[in-house]
Design a protein. Structure first.
Length: 81
């Protein structure tokens, strides 16, 4: 099964933008963290609809801990990574 992971950090870069990375590769930039997360969730739903693809959205919290969510973005996934 293929896995796609969208990463969104807690802090913006020096230009004040939040980056969305897909499997470690920067893809999109957003002016707000909320917009970056919304984009990642939307894209994860589209990709997750494909057979044989597992998609996670990994979001860094204010405490520095990264938490993975499935495309429904309702609760962290534990024990997958």
């Amino acid at each position: 099964m293929a896995m796609v992971i969208y990463d969104i950090s807690f802090h913006p870069d020096v230009a004040g933008l939040w980056h969305v990375q897909v499997n470690g590769v920067p893809t999109e930039n957003f002016e707000t963290r909320i917009a970056a997360i919304a984009y990642a969730v939307q894209q994860s739903k589209l990709i997750g609809a494909q057979q044989g693809v597992q998609v996670l959205v990994s979001v860094e919290g204010a405490d520095g801990i990264w938490r993975e969510f499935e495309s429904n973005a309702k609760r962290p996934v534990s024990g997958l990574l």
